[in-house]
Ligand binder design. Structure first.
Ligand code: LCS
Length: 393
């Protein structure tokens, strides 16, 4: 079905779907590693790119393509490539656009391993990086060097909820021919469309909101044009970052309810953030939907809604925070985010523990910061759970 002129929810249900030989409402999983050729010449034509068809699942598979086409359309991109994980998507971008002698600028509070891998593995490949607070566009300008090739943004940032002005950052980067990639994991295309704001590449950990059910790990990278897509495709196909068909099928299923899941989680998150902000044992709350958020106005302009991620600090610091985490009963004390269940975790000792304490402090990831991914349970139950846990703080 051509869904190009349809609304977002119609796209969520139907985008990317192809006609199956048996007319199935939901296409089957092509759980196969390889595809038969009709004859030797047919195989040769497929390899030569003279005829469209499937060869081998690392190089392409109908189930994976259905998901890729759907997400590319939702992000308003040219095409997308599914990857085995969000980290595979991150590394696809790094490997496709950074070579020996190149430099990358990024926000100082991105997902821990997105920064960790850049600072650990890539210097050995001759790639250098500078991490600054990109919520202040002047810091991006100052960090640009003659060899800067990539501006890698994550907004809202994990876990500080810092928001970077995508249009403003794109204007600065494009003036110097620097590509802009946005990790859109915290928003999903339902709340934010970076390509519409000028970004060149968008990526997701689909483990989070896109799949939404905490039952797969996966990633995707979306390019705004064919040239960028071909560079990304070379990495995914040849490094072997590809998805598995079963993982893609589950993700396509999860994607169908993205908007109604986010609507519900976000509605809950607004109430939870207000509850936390008014709680006597809570020191501070960072949530883009609260007027107290430093980029509240920018969030309103750039995002369709504030999302469902909240960071907060408890009075008494880390020791108090640990008591809160150890006394939740409904929320799960677990990493990951963007699923239907409420999750609570401690970035300094968990998701961002591999960064140095100095790097964390510079990025605003204080030891006391607790991160909450609000789910779609009854909000009264979520609030009662947190209220009870806070009584131990
Ligand atoms: N980008 C962002 C913004 C993320 O939050 C994550 C994972 C990734 C990329 C990597 O994706 P993955 O390979 O895990 O699919 N974030 C996690 C988190 O905050 N807790 O656990 C994983």
């Amino acid at each position: 079905m051509n869904t190009k002129d349809k609304g977002f929810n119609s796209k969520l249900i139907h985008a990317g779907a192809y006609e199956d030989a048996n007319g199935s409402a939901v296409n089957p999983i092509y759980q196969t590693s390889t595809f038969k050729f009709k004859n030797a010449d047919h195989g040769a034509r497929l390899f030569a790119g003279e005829e469209k068809g499937y060869i081998y699942t690392r190089l392409g598979n109908p189930t994976i393509e259905e998901l890729e086409n759907a997400v590319a359309e939702l992000e308003n991109g040219y095409k997308a490539l599914g990857t085995s994980s969000g980290m595979a998507a991150v590394n696809t971008v790094y490997l496709a656009f950074l070579k020996k002698g190149d430099h990358m600028i990024s926000h100082n509070a991105v997902y821990g391993p997105s920064r960790g891998v850049m600072e650990t593995l890539y210097p050995g490949l001759g790639v250098e990086s500078t991490y600054v607070d990109c919520t202040d566009l002047d810091n991006i300008k100052k960090a640009i060097k003659p060899n800067t090739k990539l501006l890698y943004l994550e907004t809202p940032a994990n876990p500080t909820m810092g928001i970077t002005d995508i249009e403003g950052a794109v204007a600065i980067a494009h003036e110097q021919n620097i590509l802009v990639c946005v990790d859109n994991t915290f928003c999903s295309p339902y709340l934010q469309k970076p390509i519409n704001m000028g970004a060149d590449i968008v990526l997701h950990s689909m483990t989070k909101f896109i799949n939404g059910h905490a039952d797969i790990v996966g990633g995707i990278v979306i390019a705004k044009n064919e040239e960028l897509y071909n560079k990304l495709k070379y990495v995914v196909l040849n490094v072997g970052f590809n998805m598995d068909p079963h993982q893609a099928w589950l993700t396509r299923r999860g994607l169908k309810t993205l908007a109604i899941r986010i609507d519900r989680a976000q509605e809950n998150a607004i109430k939870v953030a207000q509850f936390l902000e008014s709680h006597p044992k809570v020191d501070w709350v960072l949530f883009p939907g609260l007027k107290s958020h430093p980029q509240y106005e920018l969030a309103k302009k750039q995002m369709k809604g504030p999302g469902a991620m909240i960071s907060f600090g408890v009075k008494g610091g880390l020791e108090s925070g640990k008591k809160v985490m150890d006394n939740v009963h409904l929320a799960l004390l677990a990493v990951s985010l963007g699923g239907i269940e409420t999750l609570i975790q401690h970035p300094a000792s968990m998701t961002h523990s591999k960064l140095t304490k100095e790097a964390r402090e510079k990025a605003g990831i204080s030891d006391e910061l607790i991160r909450l991914s609000v789910g779609i349970e009854d909000v009264d139950d979520i609030i009662a759970d947190l209220d009870h846990a806070l009584s131990f703080a």
